[in-house]
Design a protein around this ligand. Structure first.
Ligand SMILES: CC(C)(COP(=O)(O)OP(=O)(O)OC[C@H]1O[C@@H](n2cnc3c(N)ncnc32)[C@H](O)[C@@H]1OP(=O)(O)O)[C@@H](O)C(=O)NCCC(=O)NCCS
Length: 276
């Protein structure tokens, strides 16, 4: 099998399913998300991949695409449900009980990566406190596989301590190092941005090691823009590192902001994150 040929279904903004084939999954999904894909998803917007099958070549993929398109809505939904159960772990609300797994996931990056500028390994106990502090700003979102293994987490903290900055947050996203590139980061961050918007924050900032191409690609795709780069600002793993600042405008406008809601109704949050 040379190039990778897929058939896929994406859930559209109006709840319907769009079926297609591609030999470049990342590019195709990005096109659907950004309104540059099929005419249909341009009209309704694409939320995410809900079915995926890899075929051995293009003609097999085209045949399978035609078969899927001929299915009834109920048959498609049944396939989607089964695929999602296997392949799309739900996004959940995280709590203090998740601290040891979060600390373990993060420690890998402390030791092996410049994605974080931290160099000393944090303890589980420090992360219990970290979770408690994190929850004061916004819900902590986690994704786990069927065995309970943590696949990734996304969260937000105050961007700066002074009061006038209280509509700004700094977002954080980490995926387990062995599950990168499978859509976990995109789903978690999309859900987090929706929650932050609902809470009434105005700006979501992300501080990225420069370079960090995976993280830049993710943030750019989500709609963040780079506001500046500080070269040679940290020293880790035997080399000087830069830092870039990215911003996502949760709200546009100049009006007087209402106070953000730091303790949103968790049932409402659960309903919102279930859509991602
Ligand atoms: C940066 C990071 C958060 C990105 O998350 P990720 O899960 O690896 O990224 P995704 O899989 O969502 O997206 C990567 C690509 O896979 C594609 N993809 C593959 N399978 C997918 C699926 N099932 N659904 C959606 N997208 C999928 C995406 O479209 C994207 O393609 P593109 O880059 O060509 O557009 C993650 O790599 C990570 O944790 N890195 C280390 C820590 C880090 O740098 N954190 C950020 C600190 S600022």
């Amino acid at each position: 099998m040379g190039e990778k040929n897929y058939v896929y279904m994406v859930r559209c903004g109006n709840g319907s399913l769009y079926t297609g084939w591609t030999n470049d999954l990342g590019r195709r999904i990005r096109a659907h998300r950004t309104g540059k894909g099929a005419k249909y998803t341009r009209g309704f917007g694409a939320k995410g991949v809900v079915y995926l099958e890899q075929l051995e070549d293009k003609s097999a993929a085209l045949r399978r695409e035609a078969q899927l398109k001929a299915l009834s809505k109920a048959q498609k939904e049944a396939l989607v449900q089964e695929w999602c159960r296997e392949n799309r772990p739900p996004i959940q609300l995280g709590g203090v009980e998740d601290a040891p797994q979060i600390a373990q996931l993060y420690r890998w990056y402390v030791s092996n990566s410049t994605a974080t500028f931290q160099t000393s390994l944090p303890t589980d106990q420090e992360y219990r406190q970290w979770v408690e502090d994190t929850l004061k700003t916004a819900p902590l979102l986690v994704m786990k596989d069927r065995t309970g293994k943590l696949l990734g987490y996304a969260c937000a903290h105050p961007f700066r301590p002074r009061e006038a900055f209280r509509w700004d947050v700094e977002t954080t996203i980490y995926c387990a190092h062995d599950v990168r590139g499978k859509g976990v980061g995109t789903r978690l961050m999309s859900a987090l941005l929706a929650v932050l918007k609902m809470q009434g924050y105005w700006n979501a900032y992300a501080l990225l090691a420069d370079p960090n191409p995976d993280s830049e690609a993710l943030h750019r795709r989500l709609g963040y823009h780079c506001e500046g780069r500080s070269p040679r600002t940290g020293y880790k793993l035997g080399a000087w590192q830069g830092l870039s600042t990215w911003c996502y405008r949760l709200r546009e406008g100049e009006e007087t902001p209402e106070e953000p809601n730091r303790t949103p109704d968790l049932e409402v949050v659960k309903e919102l994150i279930a859509q991602y």
